[in-house]
Design a protein around this ligand. Structure first.
Ligand SMILES: Nc1ncnc2c1ncn2[C@@H]1O[C@H](COP(=O)(O)OP(=O)(O)OP(=O)(O)O)[C@@H](O)[C@H]1O
Ligand SMILES: [Mg+2]
Length: 379
């Protein structure tokens, strides 16, 4: 019912490129893989990415973003909570606008709706794990197992041997460490309404920092900090060996930058949002108080971690729409000694070279969606 306001990345619809993609795909002799989606439902917008495997490479077929504000009588860029049916409608709209054809995919869920544990199981046989895990999970999950959906990953031995005993990882030649993620059914019930409304079959639900991590940096043995700058809040994670060691929510996000800009200029939210996206911080330092607060908190979290663990965080990876702010890298580098990386998740996908600048600019907010799409290719 609502006119779909599609934010900038969609203005550059990949439909114009579909012919080129077809040529690209048909130039390979192997049979094409199935097209799959990564779907990230944020509080200010939905991001979708469709990929397909061609000759062992993950090829970007299309992508799109749609603001949720207009589905909840609010502005583009505002953080909103429309009912699931409205979110489903927005998802349908963005899939149509992007000419997405896939009907299956992975969805992200916030870390807050999940429980994560590292457990050790007395087998090396992956087939046994599938039967053991639901039984073993009961010991770790404080609610009936029927109230959660379980997801799990085997932690490779070379990574597991570094885990502390408190992490549950006591290695032996006959055991396997597993990262166990339980997502509460109440969270999934909402997604079910969304997926039904949009006629998409969810293949899995993944906790957000995992999908972001997969798409936004090269894993090293040193811990990395991921700062996800969303609309109403910023989430900070420290990840080591694929395990989330630390997670915090900072109660300021991109919306706060827009609000201070609007107030100081006497402009509407929409006008200020457009100025912020076009000009970034170079034109105006307004809004930087919110940014300073975010980085001061993130720095405090990083320093506390380093002191407690006696390890240095090697890189700070900025993701989320807020990470597209012009001039952000310079501001961030004042707060951290570590290498600052603005996530460029589309680099993980094959795409025509002439759109690489567009993809780089749009990249940070698609980190989750790209990570989900990459996992969906193999699941
Ligand atoms: N080019 C840009 N420059 C500055 N800020 C931007 C730019 N593009 C988007 N943003 C800001 O990014 C924020 C939205 O980020 P994102 O899409 O990651 O949030 P979300 O996923 O909807 O929210 P959340 O993760 O908190 O649920 C908004 O505040 C928006 O103004
Ligand atoms: Mg988000």
């Amino acid at each position: 019912m609502y006119p779909a306001f599609v934010v900038s990345p969609m203005d550059f619809s990949l439909s114009t490129l579909s012919e080129k993609f077809k040529q690209l795909a048909s130039s390979f002799s192997v049979k094409d893989g199935e097209s799959v989606l990564g779907i990230d439902i944020g509080t200010s917008s939905i991001k979708i990415v469709q990929v397909k495997e061609v000759k062992g490479s993950a090829v970007l077929e299309t992508y799109g973003e749609i603001a949720l504000g207009p589905y909840a009588n609010a502005e583009v860029g505002q953080s909103v909570m429309p009912p699931p049916e409205k979110i489903g409608e927005a998802l349908k709209d963005v899939l149509r606008e992007a000419n997405a054809t896939a009907k299956v995919g992975g969805f992200s869920v916030p870390l807050s709706g999940s429980l994560i544990n590292v457990i050790t199981l007395p087998t090396k046989d992956h087939a046994d794990l599938a039967t053991m895990i639901p039984i073993e999970a009961r010991k770790y999950i404080p609610v009936p197992i029927t109230e959660v959906a379980l997801d799990w990953f085997v932690i490779p031995d070379e990574e597991a041997k570094f885990l502390s005993p408190q992490g549950g990882a006591a290695k032996s030649d006959h055991s396997t460490d597993v990262l166990l993620v339980a997502i509460h059914n109440a969270v999934l019930a909402k997604y079910q309404l969304v997926t039904e409304a949009a006629a998409i079959t969810p293949r899995f639900f993944e906790v957000e920092p995992f999908s972001m991590g997969r798409a936004s940096y090269e894993h090293t043995t040193a811990p990395a900090m991921i700062i996800d700058m969303g609309a109403s809040s910023t989430r900070v994670y420290i990840i080591e060996f694929g395990i989330i060691d630390v997670s915090h929510t900072i109660g300021r996000g991109g919306q706060d930058l827009t609000l201070s800009l609007a107030k100081s200029m006497g402009a509407t939210f929409q006008e200020a949002e457009n100025i912020k996206r076009d000009k970034g911080l170079s034109e105006s330092e307004v809004g930087s108080a919110a940014l300073d607060f975010i980085f001061a908190e993130a720095r405090r979290i990083l320093l506390t971690y380093q002191r407690k663990e006696g390890k240095a965080v090697s890189q700070v990876v900025l993701v989320g729409g807020g990470a597209s702010l012009k001039g952000l890298k310079e501001v961030a580098s004042r707060s951290f000694d570590a290498r600052i990386v603005i996530a460029s998740p589309f680099e993980k996908l094959a795409a025509p070279a002439f759109i690489s600048d567009v993809l780089k600019g749009a990249g940070p907010s698609f980190a989750s969606a790209v990570g989900l799409a990459l996992r969906a290719l193999h699941q």
